[in-house]
Design a protein around this ligand. Structure first.
Ligand code: PMP
Length: 481
């Protein structure tokens, strides 16, 4: 909500009352709808509760709102006309629909980050501005003016971007493809959405890693899918588990993130990759290979994707600009058999008439430029530096309370903490202390795990943030330092 202007001539409570009245008149809070509690609004606005009490009292005196014990403060139903009018029951609509809301922990994290810009952010799974190619992208935008006609573009995505991706996928990922097998998406997220909505049917069983980024996405449940777990050990998933799940539940698809897996950082073992491809082809099962992190490999060349060895077209390969350049560009890609790409492009066209051409052009120019290789090299060095800062500080501060495997690529550290720690308490304590992370249970694991994204905070924030986390953990465990 809006922030009060502290140096205005009007008293604060009056500014708040006026703003609420304006929002009611705009229809933001329809007649009968619930307003935030006094305590919550005071917290959101950063004012004393007594100021909000005064503002509500003013609105109540004007008949604009009404409060009843036990049912909170609501917008008056009869204020806006002599005859009662029937506002749609927005609550029922909001609760309806087939799309589930985000997980409570993720909503809490989003709210905390919006409210407090000083929080040290180990939660957002993306690159910080300091390691993103901001200058390079700005230069490309300055050098290229979009004077051409901007009409609806090809439903599969901007052709020059698909063409340059053919070369990029060959050079960096060993994937041989053609531009007609590529679908440009607004990030891997949209690829996953299109796959779950268009290639699967409610009630279908699918296998996903445990833990997995996919558990943080209610979109799988929204699509009515039944999720079955493929446990991830230090070598990734076990192909024999796929066979078992197929026998037991007739799974229809496998979702895996084999390189620097989110959240654990694990790399799927070479032998298991081959076995997985064999099992999938034997059972006629498609594999969705989600591969946003591979080019962050800290040492040497990243492992080859399954797609590079997929001679029979079992694999749908998903890539993205988000974890190697800029998540806000919203550019990702999918490589799949042409019939699949065509079907998904058609569905996407029905949803939104296709992606904006502008970020696709920027992405194409970036991939065509001489910036890519030097940027990737710098990115790896910077990520490695940030990773080491985090792990050294954790080892120093919490030697007996945390354990982890050291990731060799990616943006995240998956950290085991004492299992008796209550995720909710730890997160709230950390937010109070000025740092934020994602509790492991968001990714489907038991409590007692934490995901730190070290790519996001600036290097100088990493030590301070880790110290704040350490004191929060000791605080909830009742241990002194
Ligand atoms: N897959 C994985 C494994 C991810 O970690 C993420 C982002 N956290 C995504 C997909 C979605 O990324 P984007 O849509 O930004 O490409």
């Amino acid at each position: 909500m809006w922030k009060p202007i502290r140096n205005s001539n009007q008293p604060l409570y009056q500014q708040i009352a006026d703003d609420i009245e304006r929002r009611i008149s705009y229809g933001e809070f329809p007649p009968g709808s619930l307003l935030p509690s006094e305590r919550k609004l005071a917290e959101q606005l950063g004012v004393n509760r007594s100021t909000v009490i005064l503002a509500y009292a003013e609105l109540r005196a004007l008949g604009i709102i009404e409060s009843r014990t036990g049912s909170g403060t609501r917008v008056s139903k009869y204020k806006w006309g002599a005859t009662p009018k029937h506002t749609p029951n927005w609550h029922r609509y909001v609760e309806g629909g087939s799309f589930l809301p985000n997980l409570p922990f993720l909503r809490r994290i989003r709210e905390a980050l919006q409210k407090d810009k000083t929080l040290i952010d180990f939660a957002s799974g993306e690159l910080g501005a300091d390691i993103s190619p901001v200058e390079e992208i700005n230069t490309l935008i300055d050098e290229n003016h979009y004077t051409e006609y901007l009409g609806y573009d090809n439903p599969q995505g901007f052709v020059p971007l698909r063409e340059i991706l053919v070369a990029y996928l060959d050079q960096y990922r060993g994937i041989q493809t053609t531009e007609s097998s590529i679908l440009i998406t607004s990030g891997s997220q949209q690829s996953l959405y299109l796959i779950t909505q268009c290639l699967l049917t409610p009630g279908d069983a699918v296998a996903i890693e445990d833990p997995s980024y996919c558990y943080s996405l209610p979109m799988f449940q929204s699509a009515g899918l039944r999720l079955f777990r493929l446990p991830v050990d230090d070598k990734g998933v076990r192909p024999k588990d796929v066979r078992t799940l197929y026998k037991k539940h007739r799974i229809k698809m496998i979702f895996i993130n084999p390189n620097y897996h989110n959240p654990t950082g694990t790399v799927l073992d070479e032998k298991r990759r081959m076995e997985l491809l064999d099992v999938a082809s034997e059972l006629g099962l498609p594999i969705v290979e989600d591969d946003p992190y591979s080019l962050t490999a800290y040492h040497g060349t990243p492992p080859m994707p399954l797609k590079a060895n997929d001679s029979i077209g079992s694999v749908i390969y998903i890539g993205s600009f988000s974890k190697i350049a800029a998540s806000g560009l919203r550019v990702g890609w999918m490589v799949a058999p042409h019939s699949v790409v065509e079907r998904l492009a058609d569905a996407r066209q029905q949803m939104d008439f296709g992606l904006s051409v502008v970020p696709q052009k920027v992405a194409a120019q970036f991939l065509r430029s001489s910036y890519v290789q030097p940027h990737l090299e710098r990115l790896r060095t910077d990520l490695l530096y940030k990773r080491d800062l985090l792990i050294e500080t954790l080892q120093k501060e919490l030697p007996d309370l945390v354990s982890f495997s050291i990731p060799q690529g990616g943006l995240h550290l998956w950290c085991k903490i004492a299992p008796e720690v209550n995720d909710h308490k730890l997160l709230e304590e950390a937010i109070r202390n000025g740092v934020i992370f994602v509790p492991g249970s968001v990714y489907g694991s038991d409590s007692g795990y934490v995901r730190f994204t070290y790519a996001r905070p600036k290097a100088e924030e990493i030590v301070a943030g880790t110290l704040k986390f350490a004191s929060s953990l000791r605080g909830v465990l009742g241990k002194s330092s």
